[in-house]
Design a binder for this molecule. Structure first.
Ligand SMILES: [Cu+2]
Length: 163
């Protein structure tokens, strides 16, 4: 954390500490892609996960997230996670449905939800990094967004995340 602090202007830092500019979002057609983020990858693992505060579909028609790609990983899969007792299990799904007038949360803390799985990471994901990921939607088309790598406040919550 401290290593990155010296690279950002003090004004931004002050806002971040006050809970201000700590989120970012992107538009793609009727979709609003709210705060793409990733947790730092775990040492020795070549996998990572990308989450979102949410993907909001403001349109009258449904859309679907079909795929994603990033230079940071050999492959990206859309995963569905379910909590089974104490264990969280995930499986790949072909697409993520985004119904009309909906707000789909994809947070690391949700016990039942989706995330993007990064497979064959080229480099570990480190706290404070940013990297691009390109999302392909059925209707809204392709949109590149920036992912912020950040350690969640509830850092222990990811412990049981089985890959
Ligand atoms: Cu996964």
């Amino acid at each position: 954390m401290f290593r990155m602090l010296k690279h950002i202007p003090m004004a931004v830092l002050a806002m971040a500490l006050c809970g201000g500019a700590t989120a970012h979002d992107f538009k793609a057609g009727d979709l609003r892609i709210d705060h793409p983020y990733a947790t730092p990858s775990r040492p020795g693992l070549k996998t990572g996960a990308v989450y979102f505060r949410g993907i909001k579909n403001n349109g009258e028609q449904g859309d679907r997230l079909l795929s994603a790609r990033t230079p940071r990983a050999g492959k990206v899969e859309i995963h569905r996670m379910r909590t089974d007792g104490e264990v969280r299990r995930m499986r790949p799904v072909p697409a993520l449905e985004l119904p009309p007038k909906s707000d789909m949360p994809l947070r690391h803390s949700s016990h039942d939800g989706h995330h993007l799985m990064l497979l064959d990471l080229q480099q570990p994901l480190k706290d404070g990094e940013r990297f691009p990921i390109t999302l392909t939607f059925e209707r809204a088309g392709e949109r590149e967004v920036m992912v912020w790598v950040q350690t969640p406040r509830s850092a222990g919550a990811d412990k049981a995340h089985k890959h």
